[in-house]
Design a protein around this ligand. Sequence first.
Ligand SMILES: NC(=O)c1ccc[n+]([C@@H]2O[C@H](COP(=O)([O-])OP(=O)(O)OC[C@H]3O[C@@H](n4cnc5c(N)ncnc54)[C@H](O)[C@@H]3O)[C@@H](O)[C@H]2O)c1
Ligand SMILES: [Zn+2]
Length: 316
Amino acid sequence: MLVTNPTVATLYAAPVTESLETAGFVVKACTVPDGEAHKTLDTVRMLYDRFIEAGLDRSGVVLALGGGVIGDMAGFAAATYLRGVALVQVPTTLLAMVDSSVGGKVAVDHPWGKNLVGAFKQPELVLADPGTLTTLPGHEFANGLAETIKAGILGDPEMFHQIEAHGPAPASWIVERAISVKVAVVEEDPYERGRRATLNLGHTFGHALERLSDYALSHGAGVAIGLVAAARLATRLGACEPELAARIEGVLSRLGLPTTYRGHTPAQVWQAMSTDKKRRGKTLRFVLPRAIGDAFVTDQVAQADVLAILDSLRET
Ligand SMILES: NC(=O)c1ccc[n+]([C@@H]2O[C@H](COP(=O)([O-])OP(=O)(O)OC[C@H]3O[C@@H](n4cnc5c(N)ncnc54)[C@H](O)[C@@H]3O)[C@@H](O)[C@H]2O)c1
Ligand SMILES: [Zn+2]
């Protein structure tokens, strides 16, 4: 059961179907409307209908062809249909390749928040063809670059240096390296009991800014600003080398990603951060870089320090 959307179907459904049929598989396809607005239980219910009509049984496979929205939604349907059928992820955006297709988290949105209903569902296979990135719009590529830079800061100084010195090429090498960082973290902590939380580097700030903008700010943009915020906070707390924040800022702005925000006051951003669903208990948790390739999690951060950093990042 190939699940995709009309945008991706036009580009890649035919070669994927042909390739599978040549290998002896029977392929049935269904498309769901494009966009985060459709990452809902209603669309998943429609997928169940298509699966039943197609006669998909426990021996069947759901193949998610597309970006993170398709991967999350088809993945959630695969995790729950008949108590779970096999899942193959074929990510076609940079973000899906380096982030959402790997790690086994699948989810849909709820009117009260993003990704509130989900499951852990490891794919049998993730097949990323960097050739598909050639058709990806530039702003979508930039979204994925923010996560790629995050991966470099978390665990791959060599990849970070490569992008710093030569830009995001060759894509296949960067995709492979960024996936490896995520795989290493997830293999150690598949259910997010400890180290996996470091993958949220930049996200405590980023999610708050995204939400405050009513999602006019893209996820990648939020994460980029969040990465700078985390590095500045680490510097302020004496946890990292003083030049780290400037390096991270430099590479992100060369990639066309924002490093400052407008509008909301630091107090409003703090408030939005405090209602983040990933918050554990009463204290806010931060992932902070020590150096390129090394990050740690802490809940020992004073509100005043966070407000000072937010103030320094705010364009007036
Ligand atoms: N499960 C996880 O661990 C995890 C991690 C990060 C993000 N996510 C989720 O991922 C989603 C975002 O994913 P995304 O950034 O891939 O967005 P997306 O899936 O909406 O894709 C972005 C756009 O690009 C189009 N597209 C996809 N591949 C293309 C190609 N090769 N050429 C041209 N156009 C193409 C899509 O149709 C869409 O319009 C969010 O819902 C987020 O919550 C999940
Ligand atoms: Zn992210």
